[in-house]
Design a protein around this ligand. Structure first.
Ligand SMILES: CC(=O)SCCNC(=O)CCNC(=O)[C@H](O)C(C)(C)COP(=O)(O)OP(=O)(O)OC[C@H]1O[C@@H](n2cnc3c(N)ncnc32)[C@H](O)[C@@H]1OP(=O)(O)O
Ligand SMILES: CC(C)C(=O)C(=O)O
Length: 512
């Protein structure tokens, strides 16, 4: 049996997670990391849904060479046309067309009869196949669809030109046995099934996303759709890292594997977590910080005697350890070596700047971990974007019987220095009141979260904020050794993103 293809939808279904809003650069960075991870197919977005999605899919399709790129389209000519415009320059243009097949979706959402759904699906797949060499058709809500009807629409769409058929558990309703039987049934009962490969796409509403994906492989699926860290609509999608490691560790059972470079999993997960502002739960399988931590005496004793007593996955397998910790006495060579290992692709000048930031941090911290270095790299990436405002100096005066006051100096548009002071009921509020005056904007703070990137008293602080203004909202993050500085940086990050977005919206549209 060949390898199972991994179809990553972090940039499409993953971005549908409430609260996630990735910008163009973040999407490209994630796409490059997914390519490095060995993902077979990257679903880069839904081109007809917005100008931003269109542009990201187009740029990802032209820049990524070692993974195939696809985009989502409803069964509508306009969506298929937008997808083609975005993907026509990719080495292997692929489209993902979908239409719901469950009674509830057909009747209430689409307001179409089953006959009309078959007609519409066939018409769309035929139209897409005139442009694209690879067409995937998804029968949305397949797990709640009638199996005989599903077999009929699968046969018809394969005849119309689909070479991949996806049977999603759209609302996370299926149970593993049921999902595996669904795939077995289609494999046996669709006469032309050997002309297509079957794909599975599972949501986690009942916590079954990964179990259902693996059950589908048992039932005959040869492509698995999933996301990094399991992000996605509602409770999320099945997580790529758990599926890839599950198929690897239990290859004795599944008799197949994937092209995923497992030792890239940890850094991919960290990058996606940082960019989406979605922290990884400590106990998350494979990539959580407790995944390889053994706490109790009996377990520790077992581990000391023989690691395999309690460890079925080694941290090294998924790229989770750093054997050469960096600190204040580390030099350029060790630093450069580590950055190479972490996938740094910048110029010598950028590396030099990073080295300076690393030295500043190492003066304050005992050990600089991989997570700290990722944070520095991501911070530097932000510097490459247009930053209308940057933080020059911050001073906060605070005392138990005193109103907190923040004095802040910013640099505006690269050269103009502006200074303001303001009070607040707490230090962070004083900072935000001052920044609101300085940036001359009326934002509402709708989310504020602090996370320590690493463990220990001297860890870096990461603050995530969400600012809203009328219908718009933008998230921002700031990393610093000090929580107040990280809070100021996060606010400015969101303001700069908001301003960039406003500027981009004023630029002429190029969709279609
Ligand atoms: C299961 C999934 O994850 S599917 C992907 C879901 N992702 C998204 O929706 C994110 C991006 N979506 C968007 O930006 C918007 O919804 C758009 C641009 C696609 C459409 O926006 P609007 O035109 O304003 O329509 P709206 O979202 O309100 O309604 C969806 C319409 O698409 C129709 N529709 C839904 N699925 C399909 C489909 N597969 N094929 C054809 N039409 C469809 C609905 O019936 C509805 O049509 P109606 O207006 O005739 O009632
Ligand atoms: C478009 C389809 C595959 C989807 O995202 C779902 O059904 O969840």
């Amino acid at each position: 049996m060949g390898k199972v293809k991994i179809f990553d939808t972090t940039l499409r279904d993953g971005e549908q997670s409430p609260g996630i809003n990735l910008n163009h650069k973040e999407k490209l960075d994630i796409a490059f990391q997914l390519e490095r991870l060995g993902v077979d197919i990257i679903e880069a977005g839904f081109p007809a849904s917005s100008q931003g999605d269109f542009q990201s899919v187009k740029d990802i399709a032209t820049q990524i060479k070692n993974s195939s790129i696809t985009g989502l389209a409803r069964s509508k000519k306009e969506d298929i046309d937008a997808c083609w415009e975005a993907l026509k320059q990719s080495a292997e243009p692929r489209i993902h067309v979908f239409l719901a097949t469950s009674p509830i979706h057909m009747q209430y959402k689409l307001k179409l009869t089953p006959e009309q759904v078959v007609e519409r699906a066939v018409e769309s797949v035929k139209y897409a196949a005139k442009k694209f060499p690879y067409v995937q058709f998804s029968a949305e809500d397949a797990s709640r669809s009638d199996w005989t009807f599903l077999a009929r629409i699968i046969e018809a769409t394969i005849d119309a030109g689909a070479s991949v058929i996806n049977l999603p558990d759209t609302v996370g309703y299926g149970m593993p046995k049921e999902i595996s039987e669904l795939f077995e049934y289609m494999t046996k009962n669709v006469p032309n099934i050997d002309r297509a490969i079957l794909s599975t796409h599972n949501h986690d509403d009942l916590g079954m996303g990964v179990a259902n994906s693996l059950a589908a492989v048992q039932g005959g699926a040869r492509q698995v759709e999933c996301t990094i860290n399991g992000i996605g609509e509602r409770a999320g999608n099945a997580s790529l890292e758990e599926i890839a490691v599950g198929l690897h560790i239990r290859s004795d059972f599944y008799k197949t594997g994937t092209n995923i470079q497992l030792n890239e999993l940890k850094r991919t997960s960290a990058l996606v977590s940082r960019y989406t502002s979605m922290p990884i739960p400590k106990n998350k399988a494979v990539v959580g910080s407790n995944a390889f931590a053994h706490e109790s005496g009996i377990h520790q004793d077992g581990m000391l005697k023989h690691k395999e007593t309690y460890e079925i996955i080694t941290p090294e397998l998924v790229g989770a350890t750093s054997s050469n910790p960096l600190g204040k006495h580390s030099g350029r060579h060790a630093f450069q070596e580590k950055m190479k290992e972490l996938g740094f692709k910048g110029t010598a000048d950028e590396l030099n700047q990073l080295f300076q930031s690393f030295k500043t941090l190492a003066d304050k911290k005992k050990t600089v971990t991989e997570d700290d270095l990722y944070a520095l790299m991501i911070d530097q990436g932000e510097d490459e974007q247009v930053q209308t405002y940057s933080l020059q100096a911050l001073q906060v005066s605070y005392g138990t019987n005193q109103t907190p006051t923040a004095t802040i100096k910013l640099v505006k548009s690269g050269d103009k220095e502006i200074t303001e002071a303001s009070t607040g009921s707490g230090s962070v509020e004083a900072i935000y009141n001052t920044l609101a005056k300085l940036t001359d904007y009326e934002y509402r703070l709708t989310d504020y979260r602090i996370q320590s990137i690493t463990e220990g008293e001297d860890s870096l602080a990461e603050v995530h904020v969400k600012l809203s203004k009328e219908e718009q909202s933008q998230s921002g993050r700031g990393v610093a050794h000090d929580v107040l500085e990280a809070s100021a940086k996060a606010y400015l990050h969101a303001v700069n993103r908001m301003l960039n977005e406003e500027k981009r919206k004023k630029e002429p549209s190029t969709v279609g």
